[in-house]
Design a protein around this ligand. Sequence first.
Ligand SMILES: NC(=O)c1ccc[n+]([C@@H]2O[C@H](COP(=O)([O-])OP(=O)(O)OC[C@H]3O[C@@H](n4cnc5c(N)ncnc54)[C@H](O)[C@@H]3O)[C@@H](O)[C@H]2O)c1
Length: 250
Amino acid sequence: MEHQGRTAFITGGARGLGFGFAKALAAEGARIAIADIDAAEGERAAARLRERGAEAIALACDVANEESVDEAIVAAEAGLGGVDILINNAGLLTRHYSRDFSALPRADIRACLDVNIMGVINCAVSARKSMARRGGGTIVNIASIAGYSVAGAYGLSKLAVRGLTISLAREFAPDGIRVNGVAPGLMATDTVMADLPREMVDHFVNDLQLIKRQGQPQDIVDAVLFLCSSRAGFITGETIKVAGGFPLEV
Ligand SMILES: NC(=O)c1ccc[n+]([C@@H]2O[C@H](COP(=O)([O-])OP(=O)(O)OC[C@H]3O[C@@H](n4cnc5c(N)ncnc54)[C@H](O)[C@@H]3O)[C@@H](O)[C@H]2O)c1
């Protein structure tokens, strides 16, 4: 089991892609800290992992809030013995946050940038100390293909996540920490399927993607597990698109 004895701190791990990462890392032997702003759903997710035999705790955490993140990292260290793997997955992602800047209240623009960008910085900086004490670690940032066309606050935030993956990889390398990213295409999570009209999903799959099936959470889980593994030991600062071939660029 690749991750036996390691601890994974997964932001937004209560549902969707985040819970998929939690289940897969737990199956590889990792202890799991689910850090989510939705404390009740986080508790339910951790309980489901424990039912499967995993060691898992839920931590109420707002990634946009530095103190909240620091407290959660300290609690993960106290409860699970330190952090080896950080998955920066929590995000505000509904279409609302992709509206034109002129049409989105500044408070909502700020909220999107705070969670999607500052959340990554807060968690990475806080987890670094714990990882460094344990001789290294690995971070995976969840970006998006929206960070390539860059529409509105959401697209801008995900472009920034790609940039952060490069700058944090450089900054954290001396501590033995690899930092990579995965940019999902359109994935069938409950949040996305409730948010997008069926025609938009069909257009994506049939007209834009080269692989004509809908992206599933497991597609992203597989890429994240690879980047966390020793098979990716020579990879840092990279973002991999997992999106059925859209968009492609040189
Ligand atoms: N599903 C997709 O199609 C898709 C595509 C590209 C990128 N992504 C990215 O993947 C990530 C997960 O997406 P998903 O579809 O699983 O979303 P989701 O809505 O199912 O899950 C997001 C989780 O993040 C939590 N969260 C939100 N704000 C938070 C905060 N401030 N602090 C802590 N937790 C917070 C939510 O409570 C929720 O549990 C997001 O970063 C999203 O931008 C998703």
